[in-house]
Ligand binder design. Structure first.
Ligand code: SF4
Ligand code: SF4
Length: 643
C-alpha cells in the first residue's frame, strides 16, 4: 500500500480498480471525466492490470457496453455526468428489470450550482424513477468506500447501483492508502448463456418488476440498516449537553452538505461557548443510502424528535422521504428544509449558509452569538468588470461563426447551437448561436424551424464530439424528411469543453495505438447529403464562400469546419498592430471579439488621431491571423517566419 494525494475522481477510479473492475466505459462530462482518464492512465502505466477502458460514443453506448460485460460476469463501471443519465436512461430502465451478474456500478456525478451543466438535475430522483439503489457520499473518503461497497451490493442483489458524488467531492483532494498495483477480477471461463432472462418481453418485465420491488425492500430494511458493510453510510450521533435531556431537535443531511453541516456545528459549538451559551441537545444523521430510503433507521432517528432540519443539495429528496415516513408512521414531526423555505432551493450549500440556518434552528441566534456569525465583508473597492465566458484567444470556432454570419448577410436565419465550447458563440459580438437545448438538438431543431419558418435559412451547429454522440440520428431525419437545412460541424479534433478527450473522429482510443478516425464528411455522404463541403475556419474568405454554397443549396447540406483546438497546437508568434496604420475603427474587436485584442483610448497615431487604437496582448495571442483578415486597413501584421 502507498499513501497518495488523490482528487475525488482519481480515488473513485482507484477504488473501482481495487474492487477488481474489469470493464470501464463512459462519456466525458464535468464533473465526472477524470475517473475514466485515471483508469486509462493507470492502465497505460502498467499498474492497473486486466482492465478494459473506453470513452464510448455517448452515455447510452457506455451503459450498454458495461451492461453486456456485467451479463458475462465481469465487474463493470459506467460513468457520466448528471445530464448524461438522460441519454443512458433508455437502457437503464430495462437493465434494472433484467438485472446484472458481475457487479455493475453507475458513477453519476451531479452538478449543483450548476457549474457546468444545463440543469441541476438530481440523480437521486433518477434512482427512484428507475428503481436503482443510490449511494451518496459526504466526502471523497466515504465515496472511496462506497465505490467498493457498491460492487458488493450490486452482486448481492443483481442490480445496478448508482454512486452519486457531487462536484465538490469529485474535485476535492485528500490522502488515501491505495494499492500500488491492481488486478481485474478473474473472468468466468464458461460461455455466456443467454435466454429468456435477458430478453425483456412484457411477461418477463411483469415478473421482474416484482423482483425489483422485493430487492429494494430487502436493501432498505436489511442491508442499509443492519449490515455493517452498508449501514456505516447512514451514521447517526447525538449531542446531549445534559445526560437527562433527550434531544427534541434533529438534523438530517445528505451528500456533501453532511460535511458542511458538521463543520458548521463544530464552529457553532465553539462560538456559543465563547459567548457563554450552550447548544441544545440534538440528533444528527447522514442518509448516505437515500434510495431505497432506509425507513427503519430513519425511524430510530425520528424517535422523540419534534423538529428536524433537512440539509441537502439539489432537490428536496430526503425532505420528501422524511415527510412521507413521518406520515406513514404517524409521527408528529415538524420537517424544515427546502419546501418550507428553511434551506436553499437551488445552487450549492456552504458552511456559512449551514452555520446561519443551524444557529436559527438550534435557537442560538442571539445577539451575542450572532455577532460572531458576521460573514467576511470585502472592503469597498471598484466593482470588478463583468467578464462573460468567451471562446479562447485564437479559437478556430470564432472564424467559423464569423464566416457563417458573413455568408448569411441580412437573410433571415435561425442558428441552432449545441452543447460544447461553441455554445459560447451565442455571446457578442459573434451572436451566432440562438438556441441550445441538449446534446444533438441543434441539428434537429433546425429542422423544426425550417418547417415553421420556410423563408429562413435554418442552420444546425454541432461540435465533432457531439456530432458522434447524439448528432447522427438528426442527419438521417433531415435526409428522410428532406428538410432544407445546413448542418455545420465545428471539428476541432477533440472533446474540448470537458478537457480534450478523444472521440471516434480522432481514431484515438484509451487502449491502444491510433487508427484511422471516422470521416465526418463521409458520414454525411453515406446518409444521403448531396452537398458536403469542408473549410478551414482560419481562412475566412474560403470559409465564407463555402458557407454561402452550403446555405444556398436546396435540401439538406453540410459544411465541416476543420481546424484543431488551440489547446492541442503549438501557439504561433503573436501578431502586431502597426500604430501608423491603425485607424481606431475597432472592427477587429467588434467583428470577432478575440480576447487577444484590446483597445487603448489613450493611444494616438497618424490615422487614428485621438480616437484611440487597438493593441494585441502577446501573452494571449497565438497568431491565428483571424484579426489580420478582418482589419479593413491591413494594420495587423503576422511575421512570416514562425517556428
Ligand atoms: S491573431 Fe488576432 S484573432 Fe488570432 S489570437 Fe491573435 S489577436 Fe486573436
Ligand atoms: S487594427 Fe484594424 S480593425 Fe483594429 S482598430 Fe486598428 S484599423 Fe481598426
Amino acid at each position: 500500500m502507498v499513501k497518495k494525494l488523490l482528487m475525488g475522481n482519481e480515488a473513485f477510479a482507484q477504488a473501482a480498480l481495487e474492487a477488481g473492475v474489469n470493464v470501464v466505459a463512459g462519456y466525458p462530462g464535468t464533473p465526472s471525466s477524470e475517473l475514466v482518464e485515471t483508469v486509462a492512465k493507470l492502465h497505460a502505466a502498467g499498474s492497473a492490470h486486466d482492465v478494459y477502458v473506453e470513452w464510448s460514443t455517448n452515455e447510452a453506448m457506455a451503459l450498454e457496453v458495461t451492461a453486456a460485460a456485467s451479463y458475462a460476469g465481469a465487474r463493470a463501471l459506467f460513468t457520466c455526468k448528471n445530464v448524461g443519465m438522460n441519454v443512458a436512461s433508455d437502457p437503464l430502465m430495462s437493465l434494472n428489470y433484467v438485472g446484472v451478474n458481475g457487479g455493475m456500478v453507475l458513477f453519476v456525478a451531479d452538478d449543483p450550482g450548476p457549474i457546468s451543466s444545463q440543469t441541476e438535475q438530481d440523480t437521486r430522483r433518477y434512482a427512484a424513477f428507475a428503481k436503482v439503489p443510490v449511494l451518496d457520499p459526504a466526502t471523497p473518503d466515504q465515496g472511496f468506500a462506497m465505490m467498493k461497497a457498491a460492487f458488493e451490493l450490486s452482486e448481492r442483489h443483481h442490480t445496478p447501483v448508482i454512486v452519486r458524488p457531487t462536484t465538490r467531492i469529485n474535485h476535492a483532494s485528500t490522502y488515501f492508502e491505495v494499492q500500488e498495483e491492481t488486478h481485474g477480477r478473474a473472468l468466468p471461463q464458461e460461455p455466456f448463456e443467454g435466454g429468456p432472462k435477458y430478453v425483456i418481453l412484457p411477461v418477463r418485465a411483469y415478473a421482474a418488476h416484482k423482483e425489483v420491488n422485493e430487492r429494494l425492500d430487502r436493501m432498505a430494511s436489511v442491508d442499509f440498516v443492519s449490515d455493517p458493510q452498508f449501514n456505516v453510510f447512514n451514521p447517526m450521533f447525538e449531542y446531549v449537553p445534559d445526560d437527562l435531556v433527550e434531544p427534541k431537535l434533529g438534523i438530517l443531511c445528505g451528500g456533501v452538505s453532511t460535511a458542511y453541516a458538521r463543520e458548521a456545528l463544530a464552529m457553532l459549538q465553539q462560538r456559543a461557548s465563547a459567548a457563554g451559551m450552550q447548544l441544545p441537545a440534538y440528533r444528527f444523521m447522514q442518509v448516505g443510502t437515500p434510495y431505497p430510503f432506509p425507513k427503519d433507521l430513519v425511524s430510530v432517528f425520528m424517535q422523540g424528535l419534534t423538529d428536524v432540519l433537512v440539509i441537502e443539495e439539489q432537490d428536496s429528496f430526503l425532505e420528501d422521504q422524511l415527510n412521507a415516513l413521518s406520515g406513514e408512521r404517524n409521527v408528529i414531526l415538524n420537517v424544515y428544509g427546502k419546501l418550507t423555505g428553511h434551506a436553499l432551493t437551488r445552487g450549492e450549500n456552504s458552511v456559512d449558509d449551514c452555520l446561519e440556518r443551524l444557529a436559527q434552528f438550534l435557537g442560538v441566534y442571539e445577539e451575542s452569538v450572532a455577532s460572531s456569525f458576521q460573514r467576511y465583508v470585502a472592503p469597498e473597492s471598484e466593482p470588478l468588470p463583468v467578464r462573460p465566458p468567451t471562446l479562447c484567444a485564437g479559437c478556430p470556432h470564432r472564424g467559423s461563426f464569423y464566416a457563417l454570419k458573413k455568408a448569411l448577410g441580412k437573410r433571415e436565419a435561425v442558428l441552432c447551437g449545441d452543447i460544447g465550447c461553441y455554445t459560447l458563440g451565442s455571446a457578442a459580438p459573434l451572436k451566432a448561436v440562438e438556441t441550445c437545448l441538449c446534446m444533438g438538438a441543434g441539428i434537429t431543431m433546425a429542422q423544426g424551424f425550417s418547417v415553421v419558418k420556410p423563408g429562413a435559412k435554418c442552420i444546425g451547429i454541432v461540435g465533432d464530439s457531439t456530432f458522434f454522440a447524439s448528432g447522427l440520428p438528426g442527419l438521417t431525419n433531415a435526409v428522410y424528411n428532406q428538410h432544407d437545412i445546413t448542418v455545420v460541424v465545428l471539428d476541432n479534433a477533440t472533446t474540448a469543453m470537458t478537457g480534450a478527450q478523444p472521440h471516434p473522429g480522432t481514431g484515438i482510443t484509451l487502449m491502444g495505438p491510433k487508427h484511422e478516425g471516422i470521416s465526418i464528411p463521409g458520414i454525411f455522404e453515406a446518409c444521403g447529403f448531396k452537398k458536403v463541403l469542408t473549410a478551414n475556419p482560419l481562412d475566412l474568405e474560403a470559409s465564407v464562400a463555402a458557407a454561402k454554397e452550403a446555405i444556398d443549396f436546396e435540401g439538406p447540406s453540410a459544411l465541416v469546419f476543420v481546424s484543431p483546438c488551440i489547446q492541442l497546437t503549438k501557439p504561433g508568434k503573436p501578431v502586431t498592430i502597426d500604430p501608423d496604420i491603425c485607424t481606431g475603427c475597432k472592427k477587429c474587436i467588434t467583428s470577432i471579439g478575440c480576447p487577444g485584442i484590446a483597445f487603448s483610448a489613450d493611444a494616438a497615431g497618424p490615422k487614428s488621431g485621438s480616437r484611440g487604437q487597438a493593441y494585441v496582448d502577446p501573452s494571449l495571442c497565438n497568431g491565428c491571423t483571424l484579426c489580420t483578415q478582418v482589419c479593413p486597413f491591413h494594420a495587423i501584421k503576422k511575421e512570416v517566419c514562425d517556428d
